[in-house]
Ligand binder design. Structure first.
Ligand code: UN1
Length: 514
């Protein structure tokens, strides 16, 4: 049964008006003169509820409170900060079903993926808890006698998080959980398209903070569009802006942050390819390609957009792909029998249609045709058919990222050529090769191989684990989030040299006597 009790979910998640400048719910609707942001589910076109757009004065108050909260939070021992994040992870475990269902309903991804997203949040909390005892600095030998030199990592300050609709909660949590154990406070501007899941998360963390007698300013939520994002980017009180979204948005955020010499982590567009070698195990290449291309309706930054297929297996693989696409069930993502849910909204549908038209103009041949679905089940107008086009390698459309299930396929002869095609796009997020040949795999992973932040062998381009550093090169923005040592971008490094002698030897052996 895929009919969900959305009001019950909102009630259990305590999503209602009340706290801060930023909360959601029916009461907000009654306040005169304020702008509401309506959240409409792409699943059935129904309005979920609305949130209040954050007014300029309220934004300023939020950042002021965040700054005040930072002054105390930075001095809480890191393992104690980790304990608070542990409690947040526990709270998420308890509300996983409701929050995951809300993610699925508000964003339109499958229920499994909605739950998976909450699982990513839980996992990053666990990671951050461990990290809270491992914010290691190095000790280096000083060149001077009786001196000690080492480095330590200090909290940065207020971290502004701008997140996208497609991972409405997980990407925030990657940033926030790490930022918090590092001693920072966070101000979150979620996508205007998914404000309700954000309000639910804020309610959960606010409760955890209150239970620990900590100020809510450690985690704040502000609602708004482009202009609010610009305000965050230009605000000198925001030490670090971590932004996920389009390359166009990232360039404008980056320019604003750079002009005040602030710090930024950018997680922007991808244009991810999978190379399918003549030595591939096609039985795993097939589901990897199909999930990568149609999972989340092609709305992951890691979605597979291009297949670069060896000519020896091209026709065979194409036939299997076409056959697999015939079996895809498109429909309500809360119904677990369906593989493909809706796009986020009708603008996304228009972009999908425009990309298909352009692809055709540029010589693309659709071996699986696209189109917008009609009928009762598709009443929101957001359901589209995943499609596949054979494209000439010089088609301009394949240089761009369209957030929709459109897959471009092309042929190659040598691995050098395949790697060249794979790298010959402005973006550099994720990449994969399907091969059982060791030499090919290693060539793909070597310095002259994939130029992406993520390069996989025998798995697809999407679905990265939280333990690795997540991000990419070129127009993807260069930032890294989540695991490995990505935490270092959320702290400031301080080099300390201590002289415990009764002399003052200068570095580089310089003599300065008087
Ligand atoms: C995104 O689409 O912005 O690797 C993030 C993946 C997910 C995260 C995607 N774990 O596909």
């Amino acid at each position: 049964n895929h009919h969900i009790d959305i009001s019950g979910i909102l009630e259990r998640l305590s999503v209602k008006a009340g706290h801060r400048a930023c909360s959601t719910g029916a009461e907000a609707d009654k306040v005169g003169g304020e702008v509401n942001i309506e959240s409409v589910s792409p699943v059935d076109g129904m309005r979920i509820t609305s949130v209040k757009q954050t007014a300029t004065e309220d934004y300023d108050r939020v950042v002021t409170e965040a700054t005040v909260a930072f002054a105390s939070w930075r001095s809480v021992p890191a393992p104690q900060r980790g304990e608070v994040v542990r409690q947040f992870g526990e709270a998420l475990r308890k509300q996983k079903q409701d929050l995951g269902t809300l993610v699925s309903y508000e964003m339109g991804k499958s229920l499994q993926e909605g739950l998976g997203e909450v699982q990513e949040m839980i996992d990053i909390c666990d990671f951050a808890v461990g990290l809270s005892r491992q914010l290691y600095g190095l000790t280096m030998p000083s060149e001077r006698p009786n001196h000690r030199m080492y480095e330590q990592w200090h909290p940065l300050g207020v971290v502004g998080i701008i997140s996208a609709f497609n991972f409405p909660v997980a990407v925030w949590s990657w940033n926030a959980a790490i930022a918090w154990v590092c001693g920072n406070v966070c101000v979150w501007k979620p996508s205007e398209k998914t404000p309700i899941t954000a309000a639910a998360c804020q309610t959960i963390i606010a409760r955890v903070l209150a239970e620990n007698n900590l100020p809510e300013g450690i985690s704040s939520l502000v609602h708004g569009g482009k202009s609010l994002g610009e305000r965050l980017a230009n605000d000198h009180r925001i030490a670090l802006v971590s932004a996920t979204g389009s390359t166009r948005m990232g360039k404008s955020v980056s320019t604003a942050v750079a002009s005040r010499l602030g710090k930024a982590i950018l997680e922007l567009g991808g244009n991810n390819a999978m190379i399918i070698s003549e030595h591939a195990d096609l039985d795993i290449a097939l589901p990897a390609a199909v999930f990568g291309a149609v999972g989340t309706a092609g709305q992951r930054c890691t979605s597979t957009r291009r297949l670069i297929i060896h000519e020896a297996v091209y026709e065979k693989f194409k036939a299997r792909l076409v056959n697999a696409y015939k079996q895809l069930r498109i429909g309500n993502p809360l119904d677990e029998h369906n593989h493909v849910g809706p796009l986020i909204d009708r603008d996304a549908v228009a972009n999908y249609e425009a990309a298909i038209a352009r692809c055709q103009r540029e010589g693309g041949n659709f071996v699986v045709k696209g189109g917008v679905l009609e009928g009762d089940e598709y009443g929101s107008g957001c359901y589209v058919r995943p499609c596949i086009a054979e494209v000439p390698p010089d088609a301009a459309i394949i240089q761009t990222e369209t957030f929709a299930p459109i897959l471009y396929i092309m042929k190659y002869r040598s691995l050098d050529e395949a790697i060249r095609i794979q790298n010959d796009v402005p973006q550099g997020l994720s990449s994969a090769i399907m091969t059982l040949n060791l030499r090919e795999a290693e060539q793909f992973l070597a310095a002259g191989g994939s130029d992406c932040g993520i390069a996989n062998v025998n798995i697809g381009t999407s679905g990265a684990e939280i333990g690795g550093a997540f991000g990419g090169e070129k127009e993807t923005g260069g930032g890294r989030e989540s695991g490995s040592d990505a935490w270092k971008a959320y702290m400031r490094r301080q080099t300390n040299t201590i002289n415990y002698s009764d002399k003052l030897p200068l570095a580089q052996g310089i003599k300065f006597d008087f």
